[in-house]
Design a binder for this molecule. Sequence first.
Ligand SMILES: *[C@@H]1O[C@H](CO)[C@@H](O)[C@H](O)[C@H]1NC(C)=O
Ligand SMILES: *[C@@H]1O[C@H](CO)[C@@H](O)[C@H](O)[C@H]1NC(C)=O
Ligand SMILES: *[C@@H]1O[C@H](CO)[C@@H](O)[C@H](O)[C@H]1NC(C)=O
Ligand SMILES: *[C@@H]1O[C@H](CO)[C@@H](O)[C@H](O)[C@H]1NC(C)=O
Ligand SMILES: *[C@@H]1O[C@H](CO)[C@@H](O)[C@H](O)[C@H]1NC(C)=O
Length: 215
Amino acid sequence: MKFRVLLQSLALPFVSGVPLEFRSTAGVPTGLPADQISINSVSTYGTGCPTTDSVSITLADNNTVLTVGFNDFQTFVGPDIASSQSDKTCSISLNVYYPGGYTSAYLNATYHGFAELDAGVSGNISSLYSFPGTIGSGAFSSTNTNINTGGVYLKADHIPLVSKVTSPCGRNATAVIRVRVKIGGSNSTLSGTLTDDDVSLVLTQQVHSGKTVCK
Ligand SMILES: *[C@@H]1O[C@H](CO)[C@@H](O)[C@H](O)[C@H]1NC(C)=O
Ligand SMILES: *[C@@H]1O[C@H](CO)[C@@H](O)[C@H](O)[C@H]1NC(C)=O
Ligand SMILES: *[C@@H]1O[C@H](CO)[C@@H](O)[C@H](O)[C@H]1NC(C)=O
Ligand SMILES: *[C@@H]1O[C@H](CO)[C@@H](O)[C@H](O)[C@H]1NC(C)=O
Ligand SMILES: *[C@@H]1O[C@H](CO)[C@@H](O)[C@H](O)[C@H]1NC(C)=O
C-alpha cells in the first residue's frame, strides 16, 4: 500500500530531543454580547500542531463557533516509520467568557479526518476535556473513537459544561481540549495512516433567568 501524504511527511526534517510546542492565538474580538458565552482567545500546542502553519483558527457567530483546521495532524505506522509518528497530540486551550447568571452551557465538538489502513491496523481519536482553575481536580470528560476502517470518519462529542463548571459567573475561565491520534498495527510489517483534519467547537448556553447574582 502506498501513501501520498506519507512521502511528504518523510521528506520533512526530523528533529529529536526538542519539545515540539508552538502557541498561536486568535485576535481578541471587541463588542461581543455581554450576556452570551463566548471564546476570547485560542492557543494550540503539541506534536500534532507544532507550528503556526500547522493550524488555521477561525472564530464565527460572536465567537461561539471555533474551527481549528489541522495541516499536520497525521500519524503513520509502517516498516520504515519511526514509532514517534504513530502517536500525536494537539491541545487546544480556550479562554472562555461565561456571562453572569447563565444556567447551563454545552460544548459540541465535531472532528473530521481520514484513515487509510492495512487489515490489522487500527487507530484511536481520543479527546480529553478539562477545565483547570474553574473547579477542583476531576473536572474532565474523556471520549475515545476506535477507527478500524479506511475512508473519512466523523467523531462527535457533546460535553455539558454545567456539571463540570461551578458557575464562573461573569468572568473568564480556561477550557483545554487535548486531542490524541494514535495508530497501531498487529505486526510491524503493516502500514497505515490516520489523520485529524479539523475540529469544530460550538458553545451554547440555555437562556438564563437573569435572577442569578454573581458573587
Ligand atoms: C452577535 O451579537 C449581536 C448582539 O447580540 C447580535 O445582534 C448578532 O445577531 C450576533 N451575530 C451572530 C452572527 O450571532
Ligand atoms: C449538540 O449536540 C447535541 C447532541 O448531539 C445536539 O442535540 C445539539 O443539537 C447540538 N447543538 C448544536 C448547537 O450543534
Ligand atoms: C502481519 O499481519 C497480517 C495481517 O494480519 C498478516 O497477513 C501477516 O502475515 C502478518 N505478518 C507477520 C510477519 O506476522
Ligand atoms: C475576559 O477577557 C477578555 C479578553 O482578554 C477581556 O477583554 C475581558 O475584560 C475579560 N472579562 C472579564 C470579566 O475578566
Ligand atoms: C484503541 O482503543 C482501544 C480501546 O478502546 C484499544 O483496545 C486499542 O488498543 C487502541 N488502539 C491503539 C492503536 O492505541
